[in-house]
Write a protein that binds this ligand. Structure first.
Ligand code: IPD
Ligand code: CA
Ligand code: CA
Length: 255
């Protein structure tokens, strides 16, 4: 295996290549299928991009295990060793209906430790990359840690079902904040927390929705936890909070 810095550079090149392929395919008719419901879509581009990312990761890190949303990877039951977690298109609904506001995400955990993360906002051409040992960059330039603002001092990233159904006190949380913002892509919203545009984001997430974001967020001094403050488990799904330290502490006091 290459060392982490080389791996980081190589993965950024893979993400660039993946973006170019996705953009090229967006010019043609998409094949769209429903997975569990009319709001849970998958396209030919989700599949082809996952195939590409898994193939490239295998050639960079042959002994690794890969957990990929659409099933191209391995059955992963443990976080021991190198585990890559892949979401080939995050925000597929946006991809299909807006041709905008979607991301590609990849995270690497080594023996359970967040190690490398990549969130690519494809249409805005913003690649957030890196990890605790190699630093975090946005399009190759070092990204400054966001200010540790409290919940009342910033906008809050919500998800539609949690806000509509007032799960996990989402209405109270967003009322205390400067206002809710909803994008329909966990990757885009987590990248907005990284950039200091939101003080936090709370959503029901699966491992591939927040694996990359957790690496990047923790590297920048943000906190990632379950909604009651317990640590997240990278192999299960649940309500995940990514926030500044002060916003997290205010939210935990509400919950
Ligand atoms: C979805 C998006 C959405 C979030 C859902 C995810 P997908 O990812 O991130 O914002 O609310 O929970 O499943 O299915 O488009 O990769
Ligand atoms: Ca996806
Ligand atoms: Ca996703």
């Amino acid at each position: 295996m290459k060392d982490l810095e080389q791996l980081n550079q190589a993965m950024q090149a893979v993400m660039q290549a993946a973006r170019a392929q996705v953009l090229a395919k967006m010019g043609s008719q998409l094949t769209v299928a429903e997975k569990t419901s009319r709001r849970d879509l998958v396209t030919n581009v989700d599949h082809s991009n996952e195939d590409f990312l898994v193939h490239e990761i295998r050639s960079l890190d042959p002994a690794a295990h890969i957990l990929a949303e659409e099933g191209t990877g391995d059955q992963v039951a443990s976080m021991q060793g190198h585990v890559w977690i892949v979401d080939p298109i995050d925000g597929t609904m946006n991809f299909v209906h807006q041709r905008n506001h979607f991301a590609m995400m990849v995270g690497l955990y080594i023996d359970g430790e967040p190690t490398l993360g990549y969130i690519y906002d494809v249409m805005a051409e913003k690649l957030y990359a890196g990890g605790p040992q190699v630093g975090v960059t946005l399009n190759g330039k070092p990204l400054k840690a966001p200010a540790d603002l409290d919940l009342s001092e910033g906008l809050f990233g919500a998800s539609s079902p949690l806000l509509i159904n007032d799960r996990f006190h989402m209405q109270q949380i967003t009322t205390i904040s400067l206002g809710p913002r909803i994008m329909g892509s966990a990757g885009i919203q987590i990248s907005q927390v990284l950039a200091g545009e939101l003080v936090g984001y709370l959503s029901y997430l699966r491992p591939w929705d927040f694996a990359a974001g957790r690496v990047l967020a923790e590297s920048l001094g943000l906190v990632v936890s379950q909604v009651d403050g317990r640590p997240v488990d990278m192999l299960s799904s649940g309500a995940v909070l990514i926030a500044t330290k002060r916003a997290q502490s205010t939210i935990l006091a509400i919950s």
